[in-house]
Write a protein that binds this ligand. Structure first.
Ligand code: KG4
Ligand code: ZN
Length: 351
């Protein structure tokens, strides 16, 4: 079967290369730029593109060496084509297209969120569907119903900040650095999650009542800011309690709304992926709720929650064995909904 893929990921601030055979990772290399962007408090797009250009050649070389394969064993070259930072995506896609052309391989542009979804397969195979996916990253917070390979229906999303973005912004205002998720998790582990009461971001429906699974995190971020302002002048900020109280609300909201959505949809499996899926309190709370509710829980392995190329490779392999390929005229896009991922393999390039 044609299914060994060299995959590249450059949609944001991680440069990554992997060689994947089906669901099996032969090699995976990630070079994070987070520390450098941390000096600016967030990702600087122009800097990210430049660092991807510098990092990719060595990462690809290392991936081949670690996998112990040569070009003759590679069937296709894949790269994240959407969504993400346009300049950053262009580096990965241009590199992948060039290598595919040079070595006479198939090229596949991959949807970044389909990649995240596939990260859950790196431990156990996913059921054929239907199942519910909670996708929580720095750019997205959404609930997606999957009815089969490539058949996605978005049931909810955040109307403002993504959950990871909220972690990053709150970490910045608490002076904890970037990326915020791991920093908040570390500080919160010593704090009291009950000390401060923060809002749960419920969305009013136009006709009355509340949207049962919609997400909103910008009010929560503002509430933390107000609390910090109220505490100013009262000695050192209780950082651990602030971080723990914030983290507890995000975790409760994500876990409670996902489980409720799965129940309402009559689905028996919840899959959780994306950078924020690495959060230990979230993993614990999901485990508890899913057990109570009789839901099967599949969470991406810790090392593949954040951006990586192995997940892009798994997604590409699935498309490849289904007969898909992208044209070399395919470009990149900062926005493309997961529901339209198959446009990347159509007869006409969507961008
Ligand atoms: O999936 P990802 O690597 O990149 C995007 O596609 O956005 O997600 C990055 C996000 C960042 O906002 C980061 O703060 C968050 O995931 N994150 C975490 C944790 N580790 C990473 N959030 C909460 N707890 C963590 N342990
Ligand atoms: Zn991501």
């Amino acid at each position: 079967m044609r299914s060994v893929v060299l995959a590249l990921e450059t949609s944001c601030d991680e440069s990554a290369a992997a060689i994947v055979q089906g669901r099996r990772v032969l090699a995976s290399r990630v070079a994070s730029q987070a520390e450098e962007h941390g000096h600016y408090g967030g990702v600087v797009p122009e800097l990210a593109s430049r660092r991807h250009v510098e990092a990719l050649p060595l990462l690809i070389e290392q991936a081949f060496a670690a996998a112990g394969v040569g070009w003759e064993e590679i069937d296709a070259v894949a790269a994240t084509a959407a969504p993400g930072l346009v300049g950053a995506l262009l580096v990965g896609v241009t590199t992948a297209k060039t290598l595919a052309l040079l070595h006479h391989k198939t090229f596949l542009g991959v949807h970044h969120l389909e990649g995240h979804l596939c990260s859950a397969q790196l431990e156990n195979p996913l059921p054929p569907g239907p199942f519910l996916v909670l996708l929580v990253s720095g750019g997205h917070t959404m609930l997606v119903r999957v009815d089969g390979p490539g058949r996605y229906r978005q049931l909810a999303s955040s109307v403002d900040d993504a959950a990871g973005e909220a972690f990053d912004k709150v970490a910045r205002l608490l002076g904890l650095g970037y990326p915020g998720g791991p920093a908040i998790q570390a500080v919160a582990s010593r704090g009291d999650p009950q000390r401060f009461s923060f809002p749960r971001g419920r969305l009013r429906r136009p006709g009355g009542g509340f949207d049962p699974y919609g997400f909103s995190f910008s009010g929560l971020k503002t509430a933390v800011l107000r609390q910090v302002q109220a505490l100013e002048g009262e000695g050192p900020l209780p950082l651990a309690d602030l971080a723990a109280s914030f983290e507890a609300v995000v975790v409760e909201v994500l876990a409670q709304r996902s489980c409720r959505c799965a129940a309402d949809q009559g689905l028996d499996t919840l899959v959780v992926v994306g950078g924020v899926a690495a959060n230990l309190r979230l993993r614990g709370e999901l485990d508890r709720r899913c057990r109570d509710q009789g839901l099967r829980l599949l969470v991406a392995p810790l090392e593949y929650c954040g951006d990586n190329a192995a997940m892009i490779g798994v997604a590409a392999c699935e498309r490849l064995v289904a007969g898909a390929a992208s044209g070399l005229e395919l470009g990149v896009s900062s926005r493309l909904s997961l529901e339209h991922a198959e446009l990347l393999y159509g007869a006409e390039a969507p961008f």
